[in-house]
Design a protein around this ligand. Structure first.
Ligand SMILES: [Cu+2]
Length: 200
């Protein structure tokens, strides 16, 4: 190929580029066109930072965690003994409560064949146990701080249990260990007690 043809090729290429507006001088845009171009080249969607993704992920996992139970107001609290409630069959309602030291809990025999009785391995040391009669209301005053786990004796195998936290959860680690062992008695609702304790 001769050098003349190469030069000619370069010249043609120059004309082509100039015609396309890359020459510079003949490019003049109206404000509207500039705005349109700016909109075209603007990033699509919002910018998501890695930290935000991590935050979102932890939000999702916290949704899967049970809600923590808030301190019940007042000094007297009612727990109903039910055949069926929001959380399933053979259940105390509410199953988990946080109260203040010295508060009274009234267990109400709303449905038949239930009672409320403490489980000895899962009450604070020095606290008094209680054993209600079947079909009878029972009220207890809780003066010792800590976590109390109680059950309905006829439905213990169905994990008809309840949890009361009085003041600070001083014995929570002992109760959690005992609960892991105790849940081998459950034939149904085997994770109920673990779930209840996680709400404290
Ligand atoms: Cu029961």
């Amino acid at each position: 190929m001769s050098s003349r043809i190469v030069l000619l090729n370069n010249f043609v290429m120059f004309l082509f580029l100039a015609g396309c507006g890359f020459g510079g001088d003949n490019v003049s845009l109206t404000e509207k066109q500039k705005t349109m171009i700016a909109e075209r080249i603007a990033p699509v969607g919002s910018i998501v930072k890695v930290e935000d993704l991590i935050q979102e992920k932890s939000d999702v996992s916290s949704e899967m965690m049970p809600d923590k139970v808030a301190l019940s107001q007042g000094n007297e609290h009612v727990v109903e003994m039910l055949n069926s409630g929001d959380g399933g069959n053979m259940i105390f309602d509410p199953p988990v409560i946080k109260v203040s030291k010295g508060d009274t809990i009234h267990f109400r025999a709303v449905d038949m064949s239930h009672n409320s009785a403490t489980i000895n391995s899962m009450i604070p040391s020095g606290a008094e146990s209680w054993t209600g009669l079947i079909n009878q209301d029972i009220s207890v005053v809780l003066d010792i701080e800590g976590v109390y786990v109680y059950q309905c004796d006829p439905h213990a195998m169905m994990a008809m249990v309840g949890v009361i936290q009085v003041g600070a959860a001083t014995n929570i680690s002992e109760v959690k260990i005992a609960a892991e062992e105790y849940k081998s008695n459950f034939m149904l609702n085997t994770d109920r007690l673990t779930g209840y304790l996680a709400q404290l």
